[in-house]
Design a protein around this ligand. Sequence first.
Ligand code: ADP
Ligand code: MG
Length: 608
Amino acid sequence: MKFKAEVAKLLDLVVNSLYSEKHVFLRELISNASDACDKLKYMALIDPDMAKAAKDFKITITPDAKENILIIADNGIGMNKDDLINHLGTIAKSGTSDFVNNVKDNGSAVDLIGQFGVGFYSAFMVANKVEIMTKKAGEDQAWSWKSEGIGGFDIKEAEKQANGTEIKLYLKEEDKDFTDSIYLRHIIRTYSDHINYPIVLNLGEMGEETANTASALWTRNKAEITSEQYKEFYHHVSRNFDEPWMTMHFKAEGSIEYTGLLYIPGQAPYDLFQPDVKQGLKLYVNKVFISDKVEGLIPHYMRFVKGVVDSSDLPLNISREMLQQNALIAKIKNGIVTRILKELKKRSEKHDDYMEFWKIFGTVLKEGIYEDLTNREEVAALARFYSTKYSDKMVSLDEYIERIKADEKVIYYITGDDVKVLNNNPQLEAFREKDIEVLLLTDPIDEFWTQVLGSYKGTAIKHISAAKIDLDVERKGKKAEEAKLTKLKEIMTETLKDEVGSVVETEKLTSSPASLTVEAGQMSIHLERLMKNHQQKTTFASTRILEINPYHPLVIKLSELAEDEKSKAKIEDVTKILLDQAKIAEGEAITDPSFFASKLSEYILSSF
Ligand code: ADP
Ligand code: MG
């Protein structure tokens, strides 16, 4: 049979570009053998017929230096003909297909090996030929599968007594090292020590030895676990191969007992924002593996947390389908959330260290401010934001509150796409002048949690357009004359009638001639833009208001021209340019860019 196209591509990559970390193949095959044992162990819980086969689980590694062969065998679930075709002929799932998609997108396989296990096919990194003998638990017929790589594979009926899988690698000449027992022992200890089943090195006449510790890492005493072991286990459960930013190992006691070994990665997983990717924690009941990616154990806004939960209070025969609704699971989840929030709070006291986490996962954690009714304030306390106070340091809501000088306590914010653009928004001029700090919020999610939360520890949270305070700035300079200004506003309003609801004068601007805002209480310009970008039809677009600064020389000049009928065309042009400038400052697209560009050139030229 032929491999599916994506498998052929993967094989090609594996054989031709991934040679820097060849030992990866052993980690992958051992991990598959361990999964196979987990699967049978779980089936035996549900199906008593399986119980006979499901015992004395182990993974056996047999090197043959003379023939240059390495055999990896397990007594797990095994595969039938369909399994062989579906799982080893196409790219079935998880690690492997993610890897291929990423290589397709990013081109470089070598960089990615660090981030992915490449599954079964990594066998071809070291082997010219792979032969599998396998028998599925509960079935009579055994099968053999053979392949020399890209060309395809053969499947035949075969003889095998016990259930399980035996993978025979005909090693390449240059990969002879993998028959060396000392080297094998070293690789197993380094990368597979945490595997819960014994990994037995079968050294022929020299006998057998177990090369790993073979006890569930999370059940061991913290003091006996090295940071290397914690890290290796993290690589196994998360399929990330970076340094975890946080490792939490704890035992909860009380109404329900459970152990958790949880990690926060040090890098953003590529699928953090893919809504269809299943996230979650691994669940064990009394060291028996129950399910991967149990979503009920961790809230969506903590989907970056990886690891294992083990509880002996759950029934062993709990069905995977029922996990989501189980009350004990929900209880464990609450406990875990509280613990993680507490740990994060501790870490947040060290600013630089905490920023490493916040810059990667902050956007996700913030979802908790509106998702998690119970812990809303705790999550908000962990959030960090850019503010007008500093150019690069992020601040917390508590810090902000501490700095408020005004009698009326309000947390002000403005939303947009980019911190730098926001920071130059003319709407902030009066706030700066009056030394009122404003948070600069740039995540889409910020539009929502600010609405939902409304206030933090009793302090209202308000968009600056909803500010009720007196923002009038003290003036020394000349102001446009009232009558002329009225006339100017008339012309401007008429010129812009399709785009803005009104043109009003404001005392808030200091250096800019004009600025765009919305009526208090309406959807912010940024939110409207977000909705449009997501093809959301908004039935109620906010009414734009163009605010003009009567102290600005440009506005004064225009007001003087306003009485002269001959200048009308010019005022109209400049009005349109003022609106365009205000839009640019808001991060908005301008309606007629070529008009803007040509008028601007014209005026620049006339100034020489
Ligand atoms: P993954 O482990 O991420 O699913 P792999 O490429 O490592 O991807 O393995 C593909 C599939 O082949 C596995 O999901 C499993 O169904 C099957 N498989 C591989 N090795 C074994 C084994 N030793 N016993 C039973 N099934 C196996
Ligand atoms: Mg695998």
